[in-house]
Design a protein around this ligand. Structure first.
Ligand code: HEC
Ligand code: HEC
Length: 252
């Protein structure tokens, strides 16, 4: 055998080794892991390495959009009996939302919040359209009747009704038409807001910031017709800071 033949044999052997390795990789990391749901090459390789479970679970657990239709009973004033039952039920909420609905921490204040807002948010938590580990557990065993009573109890606690719109930042009063940002007050106004838009005055800044960031990122998506997601993703970080600062310091 001459040296030329030697090196050719060597090359063939090397090719065979590479081919076997490639086939083993293909079967081990692509064909076998694909027994399951169809997915991208990367997901199959990750699944072979044991990482994919978390990814696909996270996707399956994405919350659904809101399915709550606010009933008439949440839009009318509650009866004293409802508020009374609500007050008793609310004893389990005071640890975080405070006695009389003033949290004192970063949980939202519920005092004087619109009944339809509390009703919708609690139903969304219960159905998984809005996700929060703590609140999900809190509402799990409440009946719709309980939720209505709680809503009327908190809505009945006094909140100031004075509208200091004149001194509010322009984004709140007139929005920014060039950037397609509607004025916050057109929905969140105390005097003529839209049904389902929460009162924001006096809410903890950290809470408001967390909600706006979640709407902008699409991790909170229980707003009907994406009204808040569209609004929030057009706001800069500085604007979110300025707006939440304003609302947090406005009298509740
Ligand atoms: C262990 C603390 C804790 C308890 C107890 C608790 N909550 Fe909450 N609640 C929170 C936190 C934190 C949030 C904000 C979640 C988020 O960041 O999205 C919240 C959010 C809410 C909201 C949404 C408010 C809004 O403006 O959107 C409502 C309504 C609410 N809670 C009602 C209740 C009621 C009624 C109870 C009692 C049955 C209760 N909570 C018990 C911590 C708590
Ligand atoms: C087109 C109406 C509309 C406009 C304009 C609007 N919002 Fe909202 N916003 C809503 C509605 C409706 C909700 C409640 C969504 C839901 O059902 O969970 C909401 C929720 C929020 C929340 C979460 C409050 C909570 O307690 O859950 C914040 C914070 C907020 N809006 C801030 C703003 C700011 C700041 C602006 C102005 C830059 C603004 N919104 C403009 C309709 C609007």
């Amino acid at each position: 055998m001459n040296t030329a033949m030697h090196s050719r044999l060597g090359a063939v052997a090397a090719l065979i080794v590479v081919a076997i390795a490639a086939a083993a990789f293909f079967v081990g990391f692509y064909v076998l892991p694909s027994q399951g749901s169809g997915s991208t090459v990367w997901e199959r390789i990750c699944r072979a390495a044991g990482v994919v479970q978390a990814r696909s679970d996270a996707r399956a657990a994405l919350p659904a959009f809101t399915s709550v239709v606010i009933p008439h009973a949440a839009m009318t004033a509650g009866t004293p009996e409802q508020a009374g039952r609500g007050a008793t039920l609310a004893l389990r909420c005071t640890a975080c939302h405070g006695p009389q609905g003033m949290s004192g921490a970063d949980a939202p204040n519920l005092r004087g919040q619109y009944a339809e807002v509390i009703y919708k948010q609690l139903m969304d938590f219960q159905r998984g359209a809005r996700s929060d580990a703590v609140m999900g557990a809190m509402v799990a065993t409440l009946s719709e009747h309980d939720i209505l009573d709680l809503s009327h109890y908190y809505a009945g606690l006094p909140r100031s009704k004075d509208d200091r719109l004149a001194s509010a930042p322009a984004l709140i009063r007139v929005g920014d038409p060039m950037r397609n940002i509607a004025p916050c007050a057109s929905c969140h106004g105390r005097v003529d807001g839209k049904v389902g838009a929460p009162a924001l005055e006096g809410e903890p800044k950290a809470y408001l910031q967390k909600q706006l960031t979640a709407f902008a990122a699409g991790t909170r998506m229980n707003d009907a017709n994406a009204a808040m997601r569209n609004e929030a993703r057009r706001l800069s970080k500085d604007e979110i800071d300025m707006l939440t600062d304003h609302y947090a310091h406005a009298p509740l």
